[in-house]
Design a protein around this ligand. Sequence first.
Ligand code: XMP
Length: 319
Amino acid sequence: DWSMAAFRAEAVARIRQQVGDGKVICGLSGGVDSAVAAVLVHEAVGEQLNCIFVDHGLLRAGEAEDVVEVFRHHYNIPLVARDASELFLGKLDGVDDPEQKRKIIGTTFIDVFDEEAGKLGGADFLCQGTLYPDVIESVSPGGGPSVTIKSHHNVGGLPERMNLKLVEPLRELFKDEVRALGRELGLPERMVGRHPFPGPGLAIRIPGPVTRERADILRKADAIYLEEIRNAGLYDAIWQAFAVLLPVKTVGVMGDARSYDFVCALRAVTSTDGMTADSYPFDHAFLSRVATRIINEVRGINRVVYDVTSKPPGTIEWE
Ligand code: XMP
């Protein structure tokens, strides 16, 4: 793609110009935006970049391993990977308010990130994978106060607190352009084409209190759902698909015994920017297959439902 090749060259020049011989740190989330931003900055300033990956214990199955594999082994980019799941889950203990969860995860993330950055000897710049829609979303129309449905920008306080200047090489791009740039930079397809994933992760897909046990149950159901979506060739036609673990138990029969387990809701939407969305019209046979697998293979779930709500009036996530 010539336009992405041109963008890449220009962006690299601009980053070099901005950073000079300063040090840059980048927080990786496992998502495509931070990955593309980091690879671009690495191309521009090489070893002046350090990446930090904070695992809050609320990622999907295999995600942490994927990040390490791609950065350390595929690109040979220095990466600190910190398993902070005990810390995050401890702070989330007993918390059920969605905004409270976001706040706790956001501030804990900043603490851990700050600590890891300190161990690396600090930095001058923070690289972020901010996209154009994030830029316009944070500017309210007409200059009035903007309506905030959910506090999306989980790590908003980071640059101020750490006294860092921002490097945001993707500020002019939309999601599809970031994906094209990722391909141009040689990122593996499974990372480039990955569905968006919220910063607070599975915490906002477990209404009610988050526990390690519930996160483990959800991760298994989610992995089965995504595997079936991939096998059916539907992954790229869907903007986002995920399972939600409801804090509701219902009665069922397993063999000849009564079961009393959680309900799992499946969500899948089409969208172009996440601002509006429609539920994905799976055929019934597909949904039945997924439900059967989840109920048979995941202990703790005995009922599966499908969410057919559009955005608006619903949101994509359940919290
Ligand atoms: P909603 O649920 O508001 O989501 O329709 C729109 C898009 O934003 C993602 N999302 C988040 N991303 N931190 C994030 O980084 C958050 O707290 C957050 N909440 C929602 C959501 O996954 C969807 O892509």
